[in-house]
Design a protein around this ligand. Structure first.
Ligand SMILES: C[S@@+](CC[C@H](N)C(=O)[O-])C[C@H]1O[C@@H](n2cnc3c(N)ncnc32)[C@H](O)[C@@H]1O
Length: 452
């Protein structure tokens, strides 16, 4: 790995005696991690596959290490949302966020969804997550990753977070700013970050980061938490950004982050922050700061959306007809919204602020689509349902050829004539098939299909 001269020059001064160990870290083998999705699986010891590949991450509730050769990203469990693959140091961001059930959380820079999926596990289908990424394309990937987790309380949006300042002022219990950065901590993972790195990029990122933190200040409520994180080592993007923030907002206090011998202090006077280095921690490079806003200022004022459209009686009855025919123990307790014939429901029972100017990518759970006077269930609904909630279920073991056939979009022969059927792998929901005359017609979404 060839690092740029300008990069090396800086870190020789910053890291002092540790410089050679720091440099050596860039050549150490990478660690690989995943978090089990507690909404689907908590007992990994009872599962022979998971037991054989996982080693516990000591600081993260459902976090684990695995050997690269295990390739869990290609296993059917990945497609069933049993886990989310995430760098072991990145997992520490949400471990520091003290997320509690019923919290209202904003993940400001959320794609592809590592932090959001972690938050959703901790919320345990209570409270609300608003998950945002300014980049539309990345927000769609974020939405797909959230869909896999099977949650019903996440609103995925794509907007400049500044646009939320007015209607969401003081709305959130926790705001996560996992900021865009120069990515020095990702040099081992992605060589392109080395090519793209420059001191100018570091400075440009720092300007964006300062502005994102200012927005976070407006959005969080009194005594709410702001978690700021980057995957870079540069103090210009870390401690200097925090210094700027605390200078502008004197009521913000900095709180201690989780530490052990492998997690290092932030640079003085920000020792309470965490630094993750390759040569100390089994994971990529990161920085985490935890802060609390203490000011009593303007309170959040309710403003209703005018543009959200509730589903008509006619469409709701088509949906209900489907639910009665195919599902068990599944009752809709929240309003159904209609986005161009796609029906959504958000499991959150308090009124939401005005969303009129905000691009909504996913309004909670995508139930399905009204097509030619009938309701067609969505893939998201399959992933959110437990097998016991569906009248017709076919289960395959994860090493069965049929599972790979299904994920690659092939038709499967299977005796029966049950119509909409949930296909499960080792009893984890994987997607819909339509069983007609001994053939399982494949409803696995085209965009998600794998190449055999
Ligand atoms: C470090 S990545 C986030 C990783 C993500 N939190 C995760 O855990 O998977 C930073 C993200 O910030 C987004 N971004 C950049 N500028 C932004 C802005 N002004 N507002 C919101 N998101 C922004 C980028 O599109 C990128 O997806």
């Amino acid at each position: 790995m060839k690092l740029k001269e300008e990069f090396l020059k800086q870190y020789k001064i910053i890291m002092k005696d540790e410089f050679h160990a720091f440099l050596n870290g860039f050549s150490l083998p990478r660690s690989h991690g995943l978090r089990l999705n507690p909404l689907k699986c908590t007992q990994y010891e009872n599962n022979p596959y998971l037991k054989s590949i996982l080693r516990k991450h000591r600081l993260v509730d459902h976090g684990f290490y695995y050997q690269k050769s295990a390739q869990p990203g290609r296993h059917p469990y990945h497609f069933a949302g049993v886990y989310y693959i995430q760098d072991p140091s990145a997992m520490m961001v949400i471990e520091n966020a003290d997320i509690e059930e019923n919290d209202v959380v904003f993940d400001m820079c959320a794609a592809p969804g590592g932090k959001s999926t972690h938050i959703l596990g901790k919320l345990n289908q209570t409270g609300l997550l608003i998950s945002n990424d300014i980049n539309n394309k990345r927000a769609k990937i974020l939405s797909e990753n959230i869909e896999r987790m099977g949650t019903t309380n996440a609103l995925v949006i794509s907007t400049d977070p500044k646009l939320l300042n007015k209607d969401f002022y003081g709305y959130f219990d926790k705001v996560i700013v996992d900021a865009p950065c120069s990515g020095e901590g990702m040099f081992r993972k992605d060589e392109q970050t080395i090519v793209d790195w420059s001191l100018d990029k570091v400075k440009t990122c720092a300007t964006i980061q300062k502005s994102l933190l200012d927005t976070a200040y407006h959005l969080v409520k009194e005594n709410g938490l702001i978690i700021y994180s980057t995957c870079t080592f540069s103090s210009l993007e870390n401690e200097e950004v925090i210094k700027d923030f605390l200078t502008k907002h004197q009521d913000v206090t900095i709180l201690p982050t989780i530490k052990n011998n492998h997690i290092k202090d932030g640079f003085k006077p920000f020792e309470k922050c965490s630094r993750f280095y390759f040569h100390h921690f089994d994971g990529e490079g990161h920085f985490i700061a935890k802060m609390k806003k203490t000011a009593i200022d303007k309170q959040f004022k309710k403003t209703k959306s005018k543009s959200l459209k509730k589903a008509s009686q006619e469409k709701t009855s088509l949906l209900n007809k489907y639910l009665d025919t195919y599902l068990n123990h599944f009752t809709l307790k929240h309003d159904i919204y209609d986005f161009n014939n796609h029906l959504y429901t958000l499991h959150y029972n308090k009124p939401l602020p005005n969303l009129d100017d905000i691009k909504i990518i996913r309004y909670g759970l995508h139930l399905g689509e009204i097509k030619k006077n009938r309701f067609e269930p969505s893939h998201a609904l399959a992933l959110a349902l437990k097998p016991t909630q569906v009248k017709s279920v076919i289960n395959f073991q994860s090493d069965c050829d049929e599972v790979i056939k299904y994920l690659s979009g092939e038709t499967i022969y299977y005796p029966g004539n049950q119509r909409y059927t949930l296909l499960t792998v080792d009893n984890f929901s994987l997607g819909w098939v339509k069983q007609v005359n001994n053939v399982l017609k494949n409803y696995y979404p085209k965009g998600l299909r794998i190449k055999k």
